[in-house]
Design a protein around this ligand. Structure first.
Ligand code: ADP
Ligand code: MG
Length: 252
């Protein structure tokens, strides 16, 4: 029997008032796969990620993680926040703005969720912290306060904090777009290594060269729908839809 997709998104729609932002988005992510979503500003990429983990409850459509419905019960009833919390933790989200707790050092930022939410013993949480900090190449910064770190280091701590939730997949929303250009590379390197290690991810990015390198598949969104999708090289090197051609040529 074929195992179900890790993540399946089916006919996802979201309107703000009467304004439809997502007009029916469907895709599946296999375990270990990296999907990049590209598209013009305002095309609904962030809303799509936020709808997937119910930060922005979708107007309709279905999201399943390992076959289980996210955000609602099989009879259609909405889940409570308490029911939703563990599902959200299964899908770590890394934002453009890293939002570390400013009054907590790196280790406490990372161990907070495992200790408080998952009731992990401190010793085990600290070991987990060491493991995830090593993955983002910041082992020596565990006792540092966030404001003492560069933007690139802060974003890597934010990635480590998401990893410490031991999620089934990570959702990245333009993780490098708030960074000075010279700090982008170190964050992309970490994401690339995580992808190579087999972490499943959906990555919204405007770094097209990076998407080509790291993504197994690319989805091009425009106007709240996926207009074109396929293997990264195919989508980028042989774009079919005029709007994708225009988008790529405008990037130069
Ligand atoms: P992208 O990430 O591709 O730039 P977004 O998902 O952020 O696009 O936004 C898509 C559209 O939805 C935009 O027109 C934006 O103004 C609108 N939008 C996003 N969030 C909200 C909101 N909370 N309320 C009203 N409109 C929103
Ligand atoms: Mg966005």
């Amino acid at each position: 029997m074929q195992s179900p997709a890790l993540l399946s998104v089916a006919n996802l729609k979201k309107s703000f008032g009467s304004f439809p932002v997502l007009k029916g988005v469907s895709f599946e992510l296999s375990r270990g796969e990296c999907i990049a979503i590209i598209g013009p500003s305002g095309s609904g990429k962030s809303t799509c990620l936020r709808a997937i983990n119910y930060l922005e409850p979708p107007s309709s459509g279905e999201i399943r993680l390992e076959g289980r419905l996210i955000g609602k019960h099989e009879d259609g009833r909405r889940m409570s926040d308490a029911e939703l919390a563990p599902q959200r933790a299964d899908m770590g989200m890394v934002f453009q703005s890293f939002n570390l707790w400013p009054h907590l050092d790196v280790r406490s930022n990372i161990t907070l969720q495992p200790r408080k939410v998952r009731k992990m013993p401190t010793k085990q949480a600290v070991e987990l912290c060491d493991t995830v900090l090593a993955k983002v190449h910041l082992s020596e910064k565990a006792s540092q306060m966030p404001h003492r770190l560069s933007g690139g280091q802060q974003q890597r701590v934010a990635i480590a904090r998401s990893l410490a939730q031991e999620p089934k997949l990570l959702l990245f929303d333009e993780p490098t777009s708030a960074l000075d250009p010279e700090l982008v590379g170190e964050v992309l390197t970490v994401i690339k290594e995580l992808a190579r290690d087999g972490l499943s991810m959906v990555l919204v990015t405007h770094e097209i060269a990076f998407a080509r390198e790291v993504a197994d598949r690319i989805l091009f969104m425009d106007g709240g729908v996926i207009i074109e999708e396929g293997p990264a090289r195919q989508v980028l090197d042989q774009p079919q839809h005029p709007r994708l051609k225009q988008f790529l040529s405008a990037l130069g």
